[in-house]
Design a protein around this ligand. Structure first.
Ligand SMILES: CCCCCCCCCCC/C=C/C(=O)SCCNC(=O)CCNC(=O)[C@H](O)C(C)(C)COP(=O)(O)OP(=O)(O)OC[C@H]1O[C@@H](n2cnc3c(N)ncnc32)[C@H](O)[C@@H]1OP(=O)(O)O
Ligand SMILES: NC(=O)C1=CN([C@@H]2O[C@H](COP(=O)(O)OP(=O)(O)OC[C@H]3O[C@@H](n4cnc5c(N)ncnc54)[C@H](OP(=O)(O)O)[C@@H]3O)[C@@H](O)[C@H]2O)C=CC1
Length: 255
């Protein structure tokens, strides 16, 4: 992306205090955007602000699963050029060991809350012919053993993205899902043991992880408008990792 691509544009990035959300925020800022970063914890957001070193980064503590607060916050932003639906995640567990509350929590975060944000952002996006990029997992429709709740939620979000793309094209709004391969963030490190991560990376057909810089550049590109001939698509930027079964990576049978 060329310098200044995002000058005069405003982006909302969820989960902007850590990992991918931070890298995306910093890249959009470098390209000239004003970025509104949210997350539950104030401290990581303040660290992103310190790294950004510009008053074009504004940050607020917000739990996107708090529907009323999230709706009010997004409505207060007004015109919006880009929503980066990045806040998400899950826990690894066999399907038979996921409780009802555990399933609901993961679906709430990765589908219901993300969908509500897109809905709340609609007036602001329509005013600016804006774009939505939702971080996802590759191959949810082909199945991901070990995180069945998250796979179901991500497939739902991909379907919502495609469905809205059909309707909102008339308003000039484009929507995308972006599924990186393994990105070695602290978040994924907390979720999976180092040896499991190393095996996942080693069995990725490309033979490596997906870098933060790659993810940030893809988000910037999709958010910039260069891909507007496409809408409603899930891009798997994963070095082919979605082609490899999670269960075979782990040496376990699907349960
Ligand atoms: C078999 C092989 C498996 C291989 C899998 C390979 C997958 C590769 C994927 C790699 C790529 C993905 C990377 C990332 O996503 S990086 C992001 C990293 N960060 C996270 O994922 C953290 C996200 N987690 C959260 O935000 C929260 O933990 C969550 C939303 C999931 C839950 O939050 P909440 O506060 O609502 O949860 P509670 O603590 O109140 O618990 C609610 C119920 O959920 C149950 N639970 C929670 N953790 C676990 C667990 N580890 N195992 C089982 N159950 C769990 C909890 O017990 C509650 O239920 P109950 O009340 O019934 O007990
Ligand atoms: N790393 C990887 O290999 C991959 C990651 N992804 C996806 O990319 C996204 C980012 O992942 P990554 O950066 O690695 O992980 P992180 O755990 O670092 O990022 C998650 C971010 O979301 C925020 N967040 C979580 N829940 C909420 C909530 N309820 N309200 C507001 N903010 C919330 C967290 O901040 P706080 O805790 O302060 O709220 C955190 O900043 C996730 O959706 C993840 O599933 C997809 C494929 C691969």
């Amino acid at each position: 992306m060329a310098d200044g691509t995002f000058a005069g544009r405003t982006a909302l990035v969820t989960g902007a205090g850590t990992g991918i959300g931070r890298a995306v925020s910093l890249r959009l800022l470098a390209l000239g955007a004003t970025v509104v970063g949210v997350g539950r914890r104030a401290e990581p957001l303040a660290e992103t602000a310190a790294l950004a070193g510009t008053d074009r980064f504004r940050h607020t503590s917000l739990n996107i699963r708090d529907r009323e607060a999230a709706d009010a916050f997004v409505a207060g932003l007004g015109g919006l050029d880009l929503l980066v639906n990045n806040a998400g995640g899950q826990f690894v567990a066999p399907a038979t060991e996921i409780s009802r509350r555990g399933f609901d929590a993961v679906v709430d975060l990765n589908l219901t809350a993300q969908a509500a944000l897109v809905r709340a952002a609609y007036p602001g996006l329509a005013a600016r012919r804006g774009r939505v990029v939702t971080l996802s997992l590759s191959a949810p429709e082909r199945g991901i053993a070990g995180i069945t709740h998250s796979a179901a939620a991500r497939a739902g979000m991909a379907a919502l993205t495609a469905s809205l793309a059909r309707r909102w094209r008339a308003d000039g709004i484009s929507l995308f899902c972006l599924a990186p391969g393994t990105v070695l963030t602290d978040g994924v490190g907390d979720e999976l043991p180092a040896e499991v991560l190393a095996r996942i990376v080693a069995t990725t057909p490309l033979g490596r992880d997906t870098t933060l810089a790659e993810v940030a550049e893809w988000v910037a590109a999709l958010g910039s408008g260069v891909a507007d001939a496409v809408s409603g698509t899930l891009f798997e930027v994963d070095g082919g990792s979605g082609l490899v079964s999670a269960a075979s990576l782990m040496g376990q049978e699907d349960r």
